[in-house]
Design a protein around this ligand. Sequence first.
Ligand code: NIG
Ligand code: FE
Length: 423
Amino acid sequence: MSRDPHNKKPAATRFVNGASEVLTCAPGAADLVGRIPGGAVAMAGDRILAVGSDSEVAAACDLSGAERIDAGGGIVIPGFVDCHTHLIFPGSRVAEYSARVTGAGPEDLKNLGIPTGIPATVRMMENASQDELIESALERLGHMLRFGTTTVESKSGYGLSVKGELRMLEINRRLQNDQFIDVVSTFLGAHEFPEDRSRERYVEEIIKEQIPAVVEAELAEFNDVFCDEGYYTVGESRRILEAGLEKGLKAKIHTDEYSHMGGSKLAAELKAVSADHLNYTDDDEFALLRDAGVIGVVMPGLDFAVGHSRPFNARAMMDAGMILALATDLCPGCWLESMPFVIQLACRLYRFSPAEALRAGTYGAALALNREKEIGSLEPGKRADIAIFDLPQYQDLAYRLGRSGARTVIAAGNVVHTAASQG
Ligand code: NIG
Ligand code: FE
């Protein structure tokens, strides 16, 4: 082919090569992960310009002025999308966790004087300073970034008042500006019931005051409810999610985590973006969720951290054709920042293949945040969010347990983390 001087190739600003393999996780990939042996990724500014073999990338763009990032024989994957977290919380519940692991039940914890569950965190929240909340969330985000996560969904839900919920969502906005991970904001006023008002009054407050205030200040994209025994009923959840939908907040739901109340049917009916947990969901509801295009978000770390007696059945969900996403569910009850650890649990305990797990933590999770056009796979035009791990093949993400900090993390085209020493 003769070179056409008028048809100049687009210039790359940076490119990654020297990989064992690039995993695009692109939607159409027959192997789910879009494996390219060797492989390279070129970027222009914050966007991906080209992905393919070294020669394909060199043919597609001008690399002459571009900075080279050496993958060092490791794997190159899309940055992880952690699509369900309770990132912002004060202090910890380590005393509760430590007692529970040896078998302490609710009565024992009460006798020991250890405050438990969401109400304990809500009480701590009331006395927490803004600095403490921001600093501790930043610290956790730093760990998440080092484990290769470039997008994190962050829910409110420990405020349980107009002021308290807005405060958490305002911190989301602040975090978005103060560090490199992209923060997606979710309103979860319906996480628990406050101790000082009636249930009915609080549901009215969510619908008439909290949702309008959140929308007015443009502080969230999603509206979530905890629809489960002891929490919100299907009727209450419906009212709250519909009130959000009317005002443009997309629906998410925590459901079927501890009981089977019909939250999955509601998610399908409202065409929620995702239904999360699904431990008690019936097989016939998997088809409903699939047909409604609801993404199933499953969280092996949470089931592990609470010693769940009925773990979710991922294989049955996949056999029914549901699209699944993986997330940490980082919260005071499940202090988990690592998506590689989530993948390790998903594979060994919940029978995901390594390919299914990698896809669920990237493209699947992007779908669960309605961001599949922007992130979750390595494709030209998408944001250049990339993680590189010192591993010979992607299956080693699942296989090498607890050894999984990223070598390099690129967020929106910038190198934002490099491991101090390479093993
Ligand atoms: O996803 N289910 C509700 N919320 C969290 C737990 C939050 C907490 O323990 O503080 C969850 O399991
Ligand atoms: Fe949760």
